[in-house]
Design a protein around this ligand. Structure first.
Ligand code: EPU
Length: 425
C-alpha cells in the first residue's frame, strides 16, 4: 500500500498561515552544529522528513539530539564518534553531504556514501571536492563511498568556484573553520541560507566574513563552542504559499516572511496582476482575476529561484496567454510539466524551458510528485482543479514542506491522506 495525498479542488482559501524555518538552511545548520564542542540549540526547526534523516545520522555518530519542543532542538556533540556514514539515512537526502565538510573540518577524516535527494538532472559535487582538495585533503571515491582525508590538518586556500554553488560554498565554509590560516571562497553563492549558516558558525566562535556576497573569507580558529540560533523563514515555502494564495484565495495573509528574499517572485506576480500588500514580515494576497502571462529565467540568488519555478508553472496554466519559463540551474527540472499536462494544462517543452499556454481548466487525476517542488506544483494544481487530485510519491513533499496538510486545511482546503494499492509502472 502507498500513502497518497488527495485534494478536492475548487474551494476558495482564506485566512492566515505562518511560514516555518528554512529547510535548506536547517539541513546545513544541523551538520554544522557538530563542529562545536558543546550543545547547540536551534529554534525554528521545520517538521520535515529531512530533519528526521539528519537526526538519525547524528545519532549514528553518538551525537545527542534533544527535542525540547517540536521546532526546538539541542544538538550535543560532546561525546561524538567519527564513524563512517554508510546507513540508509545518508541516501535519503542530498544535504547529508554537509557532513563531509563538517566531519572533515573537525576530524580531518570522513567516510560517507553518495548523498541522495531529488533527481533534477545530473547533480555533480566536483566543486565540493575541488574545495576540500584545495584545503589539503585527499579524496577517494570507491564503491559508491567517499573517503576524504587530511591527516596533517587543513590549511587555508584561495578557492574560485566555477559555478556559484550553494552546497559547495557551505561545505567549504564548514571544512575551513578550523583550517590553519585564511580561506577565501570566490564566486561564492549568495543565497540567504549561506548567511544563516555563517551566522551560526560565527556564534559558535568562527571568523567568517562576507557571507551573502560573492567573496567569503574564513580565518581558521582553534575551538568552537555551543550557542543558540534561530533559523530564518523558508523563502521557498513562503513563495509557494504566495502562489497558492494567488491561485485560489479570496484573502490570505502569509506571516513570517522576509519579503526581500522572494522579490524576484513577487515582482513577477505583480506583473501578472496579482494583488498583494507587502509588509515588513508578511504578505497579504487578495483575489485577482485575469492573470497575465510572464516570462521567467531561473538564476542564482537574488534571481528567480529554480525551486519556485515549478510551483509558479502551475499558476501560469491559468494566465491568459503564453508564458515562458527557462531553467539555467537544472536544465531537466521539468517533470512537473508532464503531470500538469495530464491534468489538462497545455505546456510545450523546449530546450531547457517550457511554453505554458493558458488559461486551461485543470481536472483532478492521479499524478506523481516526481521531486519535492514538483510535488508543490501538483498541490497548487490540485487546489485549482475540478474534482479530486491524487498525488503519489508524497514522501518527496514531506521531505521539504512542514505540516503542509494542516496549514492548507486551516485555510479551508479539502486535503487528506489515504492508503491506496501501489500503481504498477
Ligand atoms: N554544480 C556542479 N558541481 C558542484 C555543485 C553544483 O556542477 O559541485 C551545479 C549543479 O549541478 C547545479 C548548479 O551547480 O546545476 C547549482 O547547484 P547548487 O550546488 O547551488 O545546488 P545544491 O546545493 O545542490 C541547493 C538546494 C536546492 C536548490 C539549489 C539551487 C539544498 C539542500 N538544496 O542545492 O534545493 O535547488 O541549491 O538554489 O540546499 C529544493 O529545495 O527543492 C532543492 C532542490
Amino acid at each position: 500500500m502507498e500513502e497518497v495525498l488527495k485534494i478536492e479542488g475548487g474551494h476558495p482559501l482564506a485566512g492566515e498561515v505562518t511560514i516555518s524555518g528554512a529547510k535548506n538552511a536547517t539541513v546545513a545548520l544541523i551538520p554544522a552544529a557538530v563542529l562545536a564542542d558543546g550543545p547547540v540549540t536551534i529554534v525554528g526547526i521545520p517538521q520535515i522528513a529531512d530533519v528526521d534523516s539528519l537526526s538519525e545520522i547524528l545519532k549514528s555518530l553518538d551525537v545527542e539530539v534533544i527535542e525540547v519542543r517540536k521546532d526546538h532542538i539541542v544538538i550535543d556533540p560532546t561525546h561524538m564518534v567519527n564513524r563512517p556514514l554508510v546507513g540508509e539515512a545518508v541516501t535519503k537526502l542530498r544535504a547529508s553531504y554537509y557532513f563531509m565538510g563538517a566531519l572533515l573540518g573537525k576530524y580531518g577524516h570522513v567516510q560517507m556514501k553518495m548523498p541522495g535527494g531529488c533527481y533534477l538532472g545530473p547533480r555533480p559535487i566536483d566543486l565540493h571536492i575541488k574545495g576540500f582538495e584545495a584545503l589539503g585533503a585527499s579524496v577517494k571515491f570507491e564503491k559508491a563511498c567517499y573517503t576524504i582525508d587530511a591527516p596533517h590538518g587543513l590549511h587555508g586556500a584561495k578557492i574560485f568556484l566555477d559555478i556559484a554553488s550553494v552546497g559547495a560554498t557551505i561545505n567549504i565554509m564548514m571544512a575551513s573553520v578550523y583550517a590553519e590560516g585564511r580561506t577565501t571562497i570566490e564566486n561564492a553563492a549568495k543565497e540567504p541560507e549561506i548567511i544563516d549558516v555563517a551566522t551560526l558558525l560565527n556564534r559558535m566562535g568562527a571568523h567568517i566574513r562576507g557571507a551573502g556576497t560573492n567573496v567569503i573569507t574564513i580565518d581558521g580558529v582553534n575551538s568552537l563552542s555551543g550557542c543558540f540560533h534561530e533559523i530564518i523563514p523558508d523563502r521557498i515555502e513562503a513563495g509557494t504559499f504566495v502562489i497558492i494564495a494567488a491561485a485560489c484565495a479570496t484573502h490570505m495573509v502569509i506571516n513570517n516572511i522576509i519579503p526581500q528574499h522572494i522579490e524576484a517572485l513577487t515582482s513577477k506576480l505583480q506583473e501578472m496582476g496579482v494583488k498583494m500588500k507587502i509588509d515588513v514580515d508578511k504578505i497579504t494576497v487578495e483575489h485577482s482575476d485575469h492573470l497575465k502571462p510572464v516570462d521567467i529565467v531561473t538564476k542564482v540568488y537574488p534571481g528567480f529561484a529554480t525551486d519556485l519555478q515549478q510551483p509558479l508553472t502551475a499558476l501560469l496554466t491559468q494566465a491568459e496567454g503564453q508564458s515562458k519559463v527557462m531553467e539555467t540551474i537544472y536544465s531537466e527540472r521539468f517533470k512537473h510539466c508532464f503531470e500538469l499536462n495530464s491534468m489538462g494544462a497545455n505546456i510545450e517543452l523546449i530546450n531547457s524551458g517550457a511554453l505554458i499556454n493558458g488559461p486551461t481548466p485543470l481536472y483532478g487525476c492521479s499524478v506523481q510528485a516526481t521531486d519535492l517542488r514538483c510535488g508543490a506544483a501538483m498541490v497548487i494544481a490540485g487546489l485549482m482543479a475540478e474534482g479530486v487530485t491524487e498525488i503519489h510519491n508524497v514522501y518527496h513533499i514531506d521531505r521539504g514542506y512542514s505540516e503542509l496538510d494542516e496549514k492548507l486545511r486551516s485555510l479551508g482546503a479539502k486535503v487528506w491522506r489515504e492508503f491506496v494499492e501501489e500503481e504498477q509502472e
